[in-house]
Design a protein around this ligand. Structure first.
Ligand code: PMP
Length: 439
């Protein structure tokens, strides 16, 4: 039996905002509506008999035979649920499917001290989790470079960024250890670590199993929670076996309950569906739900109904077949991008080959070897002006540094372009680099 941290343990982790929230007087009573014999006069739900939609038909490629199209009709109870207000944490059918998935993928069984909350994309639930855990001005551990999309959440709280560097093996656990061991006496320690463990955005790097184990051990020693933001888990295409997630690895720890895992269906089903989900300790997921109940009531029921109809019609094996095909698609894109990087930027840039996700993170070598003068350390003006003038758009690395500063790194997404556009883009970048180097 897995030892889970008791729910009262999280009281010290919750932010003042989360503690001040009260359960919604209406949504909090929703579960009672389904009690046998209950006549509910509770919620101001519109009567779905007045809704004009009578069915929703979805057609999707069969994962096992992409030439075949599968048709699923959403009618009856499933349609009613999709058209009506639903539970704050997500449609029960979708939550059940997620429990089954997490048991298969991460060995985490339903009913063992954790639960799921569906969000409008993972961004939604990550943002709410941070607000539920972090008080204004508190220190937070963030890997660097970091997903730029999450910085505004921390910045709006005026957080103090405690930066943990990453390299080709992912987050540098030794640096994290030294930061925590040298933490000033009397200063409150950070309560959370934010990390993207596979195919990081922007670095494309995947943390090794050893690093993850070390981070988990540090979480226990120094009493922090790990926010495992993992939209690229299913986009792992590395040659070695995919390392286990934090959510899974924590089962090997003496106690469980320090990981809040965020999944996204954006990169594998559709980003427009806006479905992501958080899995973690009930006390924290409850706080996320209380925020949802006041912010947007719930994630779209119809979107959830479409998602679960598709996933149930596939079953878990087909889901796996599909996600594997998606990862191989991106592997192909990665290979093409790297081929042209080698052809045009050899000696002008350095990089580690990404083994997951959709990004190349490369360092521009802006100084000609042997030439005098100071080394150009910053890709910012090159990318924002010169490259733009030549008609190529990428992101300067500085965008991904929590504490600002200069960097010669650049992030390029390889998810969309076809071969000829990749070649042209990299050629243009090469021309700009040569120009800057004065070659
Ligand atoms: N986290 C990371 C690291 C991301 O790259 C993204 C998407 N760019 C998200 C979270 C948000 O994804 P979504 O809300 O679409 O699930």
């Amino acid at each position: 039996m897995v030892q889970t941290l008791p729910s009262q343990y999280y009281a010290d982790f919750l932010s003042a905002t989360a503690k001040a929230r009260k359960p919604s007087p209406i949504r909090g009573l929703y579960p009672l509506e389904s009690r046998p014999g209950m006549i509910s006069l509770l919620a101001g739900k519109p009567n779905s008999a007045t809704f004009p939609l009578t069915s929703v038909q979805i057609k999707a490629r069969s994962p096992s035979d992409p030439a075949r199209e599968l048709t699923t009709e959403i009618t009856g109870k499933a349609l009613q649920e999709g058209l009506q207000y639903g539970p704050t944490a997500g449609l029960p059918s979708l939550c059940e499917w997620i429990y089954g998935l997490q048991a298969r993928e991460h060995g985490r069984k339903k009913g063992e001290g954790w639960r799921v909350s569906v969000g409008s994309g993972s961004q939604d639930v990550i943002h709410k989790a941070i607000l539920a855990l972090v008080n204004p001005g508190e220190p937070v551990l963030v890997e660097s470079p970091v997903y730029a999309g999450i910085l505004p959440t921390f910045e709006s709280l005026n957080c103090q960024f405690i930066v943990v560097p990453t390299d080709s093996q992912g987050i540098q656990s030794s640096s994290l250890r030294s930061t925590l061991e040298n933490w000033p006496v009397g200063k409150p320690k950070p309560k959370v670590l934010y990390t993207v463990p596979y195919g990081g955005n922007p670095t494309g790097m995947t943390a090794s199993k050893e690093r993850r184990k070390e981070v988990l051990a540090l979480a226990r020693e120094h009493n922090f929670l790990i926010l495992e933001d993992d939209p690229y888990y299913y986009l792992y295409f590395g040659s070695a076996q995919r390392p286990p997630s934090y959510f899974s690895l924590e089962l090997e720890q003496p106690e469980v309950g320090r990981v809040i895992r965020f999944d996204s269906l954006s990169k594998i089903l559709s980003s427009g569906l806006r479905i992501g989900f958080a899995c973690g300790p009930e006390a924290i997921l409850n706080a996320i739900d209380m925020h949802t109940a006041v912010a947007n009531l719930q994630t779209s029921s119809l979107t959830q109904a479409i998602t679960v109809a598709l996933l149930e019609s596939w079953g878990y094996d087909n889901f796996k077949t599909h996600t594997h095909a998606v990862s191989q698609f991106y592997k192909g894109k990665r290979d093409v991008f790297e081929r042209f990087m080698k052809k045009y930027l050899d000696g002008l840039a350095e990089w580690d080959t990404p083994e997951a996700g959709m990004f190349f993170w490369f360092k521009l070598l802006l100084k000609t070897p042997g030439a005098g003068g100071t080394e150009e350390e910053d890709s910012e003006s090159l990318i924002r002006t010169k490259a733009l003038e030549k008609g190529v758009l990428a992101l300067p690395g500085t965008v991904f540094l929590p504490d600002g500063g200069k960097t010669p790194y650049v992030r390029a997404a390889f998810s969309l372009l076809d071969e000829s556009d990749v070649e042209e883009a990299i050629k243009r970048l090469r021309d700009v680099v040569l120009e800057v180097r004065g070659a």
